[in-house]
Design a protein around this ligand. Structure first.
Ligand code: GLU
Length: 327
């Protein structure tokens, strides 16, 4: 399916979400599932839409109504989950670990003992998209440029903060900084308001497609001494590449490091619901994989373990054991 057709499909799930007065006001009922995602042009939002689509289609007897909520990203999602404003969230695996242990942005709130994982999704490399005329090929070319470092509440921002520390950069390293939401970054780049933006995202992503079709872009190589230092201090990140030929102007594989996108919940979610939800996705796996091009390489075995530092929810565990994916 083309990305455009997919976005049209998930839009209907968003309309359901915005029509529900319960979204921001009250804790959701057990049978009304709300997935906190990200910006509408990222991959979390369509990923949440794909999960909801299968839940709404296949969990008839439990009468589950699943809808997606567009949000500012992983850190916000984990806070909303802890506050019981939503019952499911798509989050970066590094942010999942930080919330579980009460580290980074989660130091004030402390360790989240209720956090539970359901399954992992696709790889999310740290991606830096630059205007071609800004001449930014590698990390060392970024100082002195106008850089969007991601909105507060996003996983993009928290991963960028860690990279900045290991590069010994601060906000004054750049000539200008901005903190745009995912959906605003492509236009700012192509309007020449910024030279580069940061995004921890699955590929292909709507935002980067939008940028590469509206102006000439390049993807920045993310490697070097600072990155090696970061990787040895933080086992939650691993080396990866951004595959070539997904975007106009980016034909080569680009080295980077990254995390996995994961679906999480809390220990409050009833076991039966977690079981049915995981079953809806895993029993209809080929269909799920066709719902977004970033899902094409998904592999069930990896999804059961990759990036999951929070304990598996017992409902997910029951399904995985029954399906022979876990012992
Ligand atoms: N990784 C980003 C975040 O946690 C969101 C990416 C997306 O929306 O696909 O904020």
């Amino acid at each position: 399916m083309t990305m455009r057709r997919f976005f049209c499909r998930v839009l209907s799930a968003a309309i359901v979400a915005s029509a529900l007065p319960t979204v921001a006001l009250a804790a959701p009922q057990a049978s009304s599932l709300i997935i906190a995602t990200g910006s509408v042009t990222g991959v979390y939002y369509p990923a949440g839409g794909a999960v909801c689509r299968l839940i709404n289609k296949t969990t008839g007897p439990l009468k589950l109504r699943c809808s997606v909520q567009a949000t500012s990203g992983s850190i916000y999602n984990l806070q909303a989950l802890r506050a019981h404003k939503v019952n499911l969230a798509v989050v970066q695996s590094d942010a999942q670990m930080a919330a579980l242990k009460g580290q980074g942005e989660f130091v004030p709130a402390g360790a989240d003992s209720e956090l539970r994982s359901l399954f992992g999704l696709y790889a999310e490399p740290l991606t830096i998209v630059a205007r071609q005329d800004a001449n930014i090929q590698q990390l060392d070319d970024l100082p002195g440029k106008r850089v969007d470092i991601g909105n507060p509440g996003s996983g993009d921002r928290s991963t960028m903060d860690i990279l900045m520390r290991s590069q010994a950069w601060d906000l004054k390293t750049f000539s200008e900084i901005s903190e745009l939401k995912g959906a605003e970054r492509a236009q700012a780049l192509c309007d020449n308001k910024i030279d580069a933006f940061v995004y921890v995202v699955g590929h292909p992503s709507g935002t980067i497609k939008e940028a590469s079709s509206s102006c000439d872009i390049s993807l920045v190589e993310i490697s070097g001494v600072g990155v090696d230092k970061l990787l040895s201090a933080h086992p939650e990140y691993s080396k990866t590449v951004i595959p070539g030929r997904l975007y106009r102007g980016a034909d080569q594989d680009i080295p980077s490091f990254g995390v996995s996108a994961t679906l999480v919940t809390t220990s409050q979610l009833p076991e039966d619901i977690a079981y049915q939800l995981v079953k809806a996705v895993f029993d209809n796996f080929e269909q799920f994989k066709r719902l977004h091009p970033a899902f094409s390489q998904l592999n069930k075995q990896q999804m059961v373990s990759q990036g999951l530092s929070a304990p598996l929810h017992p409902g997910a565990k029951r399904y995985f054991i029954e399906a022979g994916l876990l012992k």
